[in-house]
Write a protein that binds this ligand. Structure first.
Ligand code: SF4
Length: 206
């Protein structure tokens, strides 16, 4: 089994037209696999996403916010009906976000994480394992968010603040392509990279 370690590579010769010298375990040596991967971009759906993603990246580089880029990308791809899967803890942000999307002419379907009202006990969660033991706690239902947005036939889905793992389920079960507007990090103002920027200080103690 080949172990790729791009995160520790200092050569980054993958960015060069002529990649030599490549590290021994460089994914670029996987010529057969990469040949098949390139073919994937011939698929019209993948080609459309890849083409417009490249344009959005280049045209908005260090100028447009992620919100601008999501709007730009959806418009370029011709997506009219957007799905928003959001966390109840970010309801206020979801309302503003959906209002902005509507303002830009999109039809917006939004589904909250707690849809369905299924108690956490259904997952085998015990009383002491709840966020607030002794209370009724509905489980987050990302599969429900995906299935309901599928039912609404959204063309492009956007995650706003889903928890770790819930986002995984949503992405797995959603039919339409998914992007992320914001991720959940209750401690770092939903800016998880803050933990990485603190790696030499706060996290050195951990
Ligand atoms: S693809 Fe190759 S050159 Fe690029 S980061 Fe990974 S190991 Fe380094």
């Amino acid at each position: 089994m080949i172990m790729y370690t791009c995160a520790f590579c200092k050569k980054h010769s993958c960015e060069a037209e002529n990649p030599e010298p490549m590290p021994q375990n460089c994914p670029r040596r996987e010529t057969e696999v990469l040949k098949q991967v390139k073919e994937t971009y011939r698929d019209p759906k993948a080609a459309k996403l890849a083409y417009h993603a490249a344009l959005v990246e280049a045209e908005g580089y260090c100028e447009k916010t992620r919100l601008d880029e999501i709007i730009d990308f959806a418009k370029r791809c011709g997506f009219q009906k957007l799905g928003v899967a959001f966390c109840i803890g970010l309801s206020r942000e979801a309302e503003v976000f959906c209002t902005i999307l509507r303002h830009h002419g999109f039809e917006v379907v939004s589904v909250i994480c707690k849809n369905g009202g299924i108690p956490k006990e259904y997952l085998g969660i015990k009383e002491q394992e709840k966020v607030r033991p002794g209370t009724y706690e509905p489980m987050c239902n990302p599969v429900g968010q995906a299935v309901l947005l599928n039912k609404a036939q959204t063309e492009f889905n956007i995650i706003l603040g889903l928890c770790v793992g819930h986002d995984s389920l949503f992405i797995k079960y959603a039919d339409a392509p998914v992007t992320v507007f914001a991720v959940k990090d209750r401690v770092l103002a939903h800016n998880p990279l803050g933990a990485i920027y603190l790696a030499d200080s706060y996290y050195r103690q951990k």
